[in-house]
Design a binder for this molecule. Sequence first.
Ligand code: NI
Ligand code: MN
Length: 226
Amino acid sequence: MAKLTFLGHSAWYIEGSNVRLVIDPFLTDNPQSKFKPGDLQVDYVLLTHGHGDHLGDAVEIAKQNNATLVAPYELALYCQNKGVENIHPMHIGGGYNFPFGRVQLTIAHHGSMAPDGTYTGNPCGFLVTVDGKTIYHAGDTGLFYDMKLIGELHTIDAALLPIGDNFTMGIDDAVKAVELLQPRLAIPMHYKTFDVIDADPEEFVRKVSEKGLKAQVVPPGESIEI
Ligand code: NI
Ligand code: MN
């Protein structure tokens, strides 16, 4: 069983029986987050891309916890240059069997640049398996038809999908993503943090259920077990 806690925006804290991960820990400047970097005990920090609302407090958290930072190659090296000692660079399509389970990087149609202007390579999404449960964190992305392939190759227990529009998929494209991925459960993210992404997560849930599929809102600060 894996426990997923939504930290707001695209930030997720995932606990398995032997591991604690955080993905895209944007906490300090995140108006949705009730958490501060010091609140989290983590073994791994996963980053989808270098934008400030995803990189967030990753460097500080990785240093505080002596955690391993997993990210696309250029972004992992960027974090190493900021003082993170343990990095595990990867790239799109590649997977690695960590002691807790497998992590594979998926495509994400987006950009990637650190807040200081440094190029941080291609953005990604993650397929993460914890305690035998597969979680797909799409990162920031537009809709892409290869989501159908991801759904064919993997049984996704929870798909964490951006719905906010403007920078990523909006609600209707995210509903189509659920149809392509066929996850057991879809959970919306990347909404309401900023005025331009003021999407209604309940509208997403309703439209997914109209397709005969399952979605659920996990409010910031709350958890779900899968
Ligand atoms: Ni972004
Ligand atoms: Mn973003």
